[in-house]
Write a protein that binds this ligand. Structure first.
Ligand code: PLP
Ligand code: TYF
Length: 398
């Protein structure tokens, strides 16, 4: 039965983790996978999460099946975070939101629904993008192409190229956009550039799918969600996937959501009914624990402020590490202009190092980043920074 089954390639990023774990170098540092580590190099358990869980443990509940679309209070909290709790769009009942198995699950529910709706549509993702975007939409049955995004020469975004690609796309093309903290480059569009993207999406009749996996890691919760308001203001229907993996440090609980903005409450009810079919035929209904934690935190004022502070703490620490990395590289004799590292947003930096340099970092220094040059600055701390900077400076010198 399985004699013709070929070995599938490893996920390039998760594969790096395996390599890192097998490395016996005591000085090794993992800057590969996109995970936030605290100043002691530990995966944090947020205090707001621990307190919510303590409350849940103090009054344990039986675990029945959840509704197909998840915990109602959770879906409502997601909507408030993404669209603004007092927004007109929510008052009008024009957003269908379902709990999903991580941000990945939100993307997949959206992809499966879109595939039924419009099987011939193409999907455009950024060049480069999170690797799983291409695989996920391809597996959902779409042809996936890329729009220009990274501009290596100018250390930024090839915005003219991006806009030209959107303007050349046929109507109904699905355009996957990183709402904030672009993975892998760290370069985000300005509000003025987003305005032009929104206009192109509207003029060409494209379908925007905003992937929001890092809300709160760039400039703040509302600031990072501002692009949603720009799409709303244009009167567009669009998709938003949400992930709480990073913002709640709940990676393994798989807490996410999909929201679909529709033209009317009636349309919303119909869309919701279709999303539920996608869910029902894949995994029936979602798990309880992680979403209950997030719903409790977001719905309890004291825990919510605690979360906002803890999230701000992660954001501020990442920014400090960006600055410290640039300073340490300069101190190590690197003369190139590295200001771009502090301009980038979120957990990642496209360092500008090439694949050969990234491989040297691994083999000679035990510093693990992705061959594309991506490093996870959220894994830097005062202790590992000197070694990382020294190693980077060494491979940059050649
Ligand atoms: N989208 C992007 C851009 C990501 O970087 C990630 C990271 O893991 C995800 C989606 C998936 O998030 P989750 O782990 O919640 O599925
Ligand atoms: O890009 C990253 O590192 C994160 C984590 O298949 C991740 O988004 C990486 C690969 C993958 C799932 C999650």
């Amino acid at each position: 039965l399985f004699s013709a089954v070929a070995m599938a390639p490893r996920d390039p990023i998760l594969g790096l983790n395996e390599q890192f774990n097998a490395d016996t170098n005591p000085a090794k540092v993992n800057l590969g996978v996109g995970v936030y580590y605290d100043e002691n190099g530990k995966l944090p358990l947020l205090r707001c999460v621990a307190e919510a869980e303590a409350g849940m443990q103090a009054a344990p509940k039986a675990r029945g099946y959840l509704p197909i679309d998840g915990i109602a209070a959770y879906d409502k909290a997601v909507q408030g975070l993404v669209f603004g709790a007092d927004s007109d769009i929510l008052k009008a009942g024009r957003v269908a939101t379902v709990q999903a198995i991580g941000g990945t699950g939100g993307l997949k529910i959206g992809a499966d629904f879109l595939q039924k709706l419009n099987p011939a549509a193409k999907v455009l993702i950024s060049d480069p993008s999170w690797e799983n975007h291409r695989a996920l939409f391809t597996n959902a049955g779409f042809t996936v192409d890329a729009y220009p995004y990274y501009d290596a020469e100018n250390r930024g975004i090839n915005f003219a190229g991006m806009l030209a690609a959107l303007n050349a796309a046929p109507a109904r093309t699905v355009v996957v956009l990183h709402a904030c903290c672009h993975n892998p480059t760290g370069y985000d569009l300005t509000a003025a550039q987003w305005e032009q993207v929104v206009a192109a999406v509207k003029a060409r009749g494209l379908v925007a799918f905003l992937d929001m996996a890092y809300q709160g890691f760039g400039e703040g919760i509302a600031e990072d969600g501002a692009v949603i308001q720009q799409f709303l203001a244009a009167g567009l229907d669009f998709f938003v996937s949400t992930s709480f993996s990073k913002s709640f440090s709940l990676y393994g609980e798989r807490v996410g959501a999909l929201s679909v903005v529709c033209a009317s409450a009636d349309e919303t009810a119909k869309v919701l009914s279709q999303l539920k079919i996608v869910i029902r035929t894949n995994y029936s209904n979602p798990p309880t624990h992680g979403a209950q934690v997030v719903a409790t935190v977001l719905g309890t004022p004291a825990l919510r402020s605690m979360w906002e502070e803890e999230l701000a703490g992660m954001r501020v620490r990442i920014k400090a590490m960006r600055g410290a990395l640039v300073a340490a590289l300069k101190a190590a004799g690197v003369t190139a202009d590295l200001e771009f590292v502090t301009r980038q947003k979120g957990m990642f930096s496209y360092s500008g190092l090439n694949a050969a340099q990234m491989q040297r970092l691994r083999s000679e220094f035990g510093i693990y980043g992705v061959d594309s040059g991506r490093i996870c600055v959220a894994a830097l701390n005062e202790k590992n920074l000197p070694a990382v900077a020294a190693a980077m400076a060494a491979v940059m010198r050649g």
